[in-house]
Design a protein. Structure first.
Length: 134
């Protein structure tokens, strides 16, 4: 039978392929956003209403995107595969998904009593599946 998609990283490691730990990275990012929700809410609102001036930027964010992209590119190279999409854009979209899950939680889950742990679990699974070339 077909192996569950959650086991792809386990199979890859068994074959000696080092996989990017998107699950761990996105989980840590989710935790960071949760712990600093008010600060990020203020930054996002401030950036959205910048009236033609320079938008608010987080120092080091571009370096973080570059590092994540390089890690994913290396994983694809180790697996001998070409990425099916632009990994820089994917890294930024994963970041945006995590940010939205925290900052827009009242809107996204207004009719739900879903817990932070449940949201984190889904985000980490989505990130891992979306970015792993297995």
């Amino acid at each position: 039978g077909e192996v569950c998609h959650f086991h792809k990283p386990i199979e890859a490691r068994a074959k000696g392929i080092e996989v990017p730990n998107a699950r761990k990275q996105s989980g840590e990012l989710f935790d960071f956003f949760e712990q600093n929700r008010e600060v990020f809410s203020a930054l996002v609102l401030g950036s959205a209403a910048y009236d033609g001036k320079e938008p608010v930027r987080l120092a080091g964010l571009e370096a973080t995107f570059l590092q994540a992209t390089q890690e994913f590119e290396a994983a694809y190279a180790r697996a001998g595969k070409d990425p099916p999409f632009d990994l820089d854009i994917a890294s930024r979209l994963i970041f945006g998904m995590v940010a939205a899950s925290v900052l827009l939680r009242p809107l996204l889950f207004s009719a739900s009593d879903v817990s932070s742990d449940e949201i984190r679990k889904v985000i980490t699974a989505l990130s891992s599946q979306a970015l792993w070339p297995g």
